[in-house]
Design a protein around this ligand. Sequence first.
Ligand code: HEC
Length: 154
Amino acid sequence: MSKTILALLTALLLTTSTAVLAASADERAQTAAETRQGLLKVVARYFGPIFLMAREQIPYDGDVVKANAEKIAVLLPMIPDLFAADTSAFDLETEALNNIWEDLDDFNAKAQTSAEKASALAAAAANGQGAAMQAFGELGGACKACHDNYRQQN
Ligand code: HEC
């Protein structure tokens, strides 16, 4: 690596870490909330088309079910990482309930179960619409099981 590139990278890393260090506890909590919400928005981006298939609003497409379920199965295991920061002491725009950080093992177990249901859906996509939609129902149940306990109901 050339010295110039190395110097540029060093400068970049230094500014980044200074910015991170300079962030207040409030700002870090806000960023943590926005990051986990972003993850779940991405989950919903892949979940949505399968939901529309289940409601027969768009035609069933097993390839899309498989591809989207595989992505959801990669995303859901990120939940424990992105909820590790306990933001319950902060005044944030969030639907996350504070009991997440009192029952973190159970919360993380629910994330794990949901990821397994997403993998099962990806596998079931090869077995036809009936099998896929049953597996999709179980995935939806796993989302709901967590939301019922840990997400503010509107
Ligand atoms: C282990 C718990 C858990 C699981 C599993 C889970 N969620 Fe959530 N979800 C949450 C929590 C907590 C929030 C609120 C986050 C916040 O506001 O800080 C949330 C928020 C959301 C949001 C709103 C994001 C936003 O802020 O715009 C959507 C959409 C969502 N979840 C969809 C899903 C779907 C679809 C699944 C299943 C494939 C799922 N979730 C599985 C806990 C979970």
